[in-house]
Design a protein around this ligand. Structure first.
Ligand SMILES: O=C(O)c1ccccc1NCC(=O)[C@H](O)[C@H](O)COP(=O)(O)O
Length: 213
């Protein structure tokens, strides 16, 4: 599969200088984690003023885990977020509430060998995108890839973000070349980090070169 034209989401950003450096590479999305249980929890690091500095071409994604609708709505307003990523056990009903509030949604699913894409059906009406991440000990940021063969069972018309342990090696592998259906975007995180919440700008430069070449 061609890397060209895939959108890029860099997730788990929080260090102000690092955010500015990564923004200069112009990824399509930047993810900020509003879940206290994450090593990349962004509250106390970022401010609405900092996010307002980002170029308008970069969409700001707030990542939440099992959070109340009212808290999500207030956070979207405070940080002027463009999309919300639900990365826990959120129901289709909560997705409907958020959609009715005018919020664009990415619903994440934890994938393992037993995952059934039937799980996604009830979400289709309310979500703009799906994101397929690897099931692990943590809700996200586990740093391991799932078996991409499983994606052959995904017949949903909803565009999806490929996630879970992506790095420069597996993105240039034969397995990636064979991957179908083609993702809408790549969601990168720990495979492009120096430490949790601090991205490796040189590695990201190489990724951006791959999707632009
Ligand atoms: O990254 C986290 O710490 C995290 C914690 C809890 C929920 C979601 C989280 N990350 C969301 C993402 O979109 C990550 O990019 C995704 O889980 C893939 O991470 P990785 O396997 O490290 O590439």
């Amino acid at each position: 599969m061609e890397m060209k034209d895939l959108k890029i989401k860099v997730c788990g950003m929080r260090d102000p200088e690092n955010i500015r450096q990564v923004a200069a590479l112009q990824p399509d999305y930047m993810g900020f984690i509003f879940y206290e249980g994450s090593k990349r929890y962004c509250e106390g690091y970022i401010t609405p003023e900092l996010l307002a500095e980002l170029p308008s071409g970069i969409q700001k994604v707030g990542v939440f885990v099992n959070e109340a609708t009212e808290v999500i709505r207030a956070t979207v307003e405070r940080y002027d977020l463009d999309l919300v990523q639900l990365h826990g056990r959120e129901t289709p009903g909560q997705c409907r509430e958020l959609k009715e509030a005018g919020i664009k949604l990415i619903k994440a699913f934890s994938v393992d060998d037993r995952f059934s894409f039937e799980n996604t059906l009830l979400y289709e009406r309310y979500c703009d995108y799906f994101l397929f991440d690897t099931r692990g000990n943590n809700y996200g940021g586990n740093g391991t890839a799932f078996d991409w063969e499983i994606l052959k069972g995904n017949f949903s018309p909803i565009p999806y973000f490929l996630s879970g342990g992506l790095n420069l090696d597996n993105l240039q592998s034969k397995e990636f070349e064979k991957l179908r259906p083609k993702p809408f975007a790549l969601d990168v995180n720990s495979g492009f980090e120096i430490e949790p919440g601090l991205k490796d700008v040189e590695k990201l430069k190489r990724l951006m070169a791959l999707v632009k070449s």
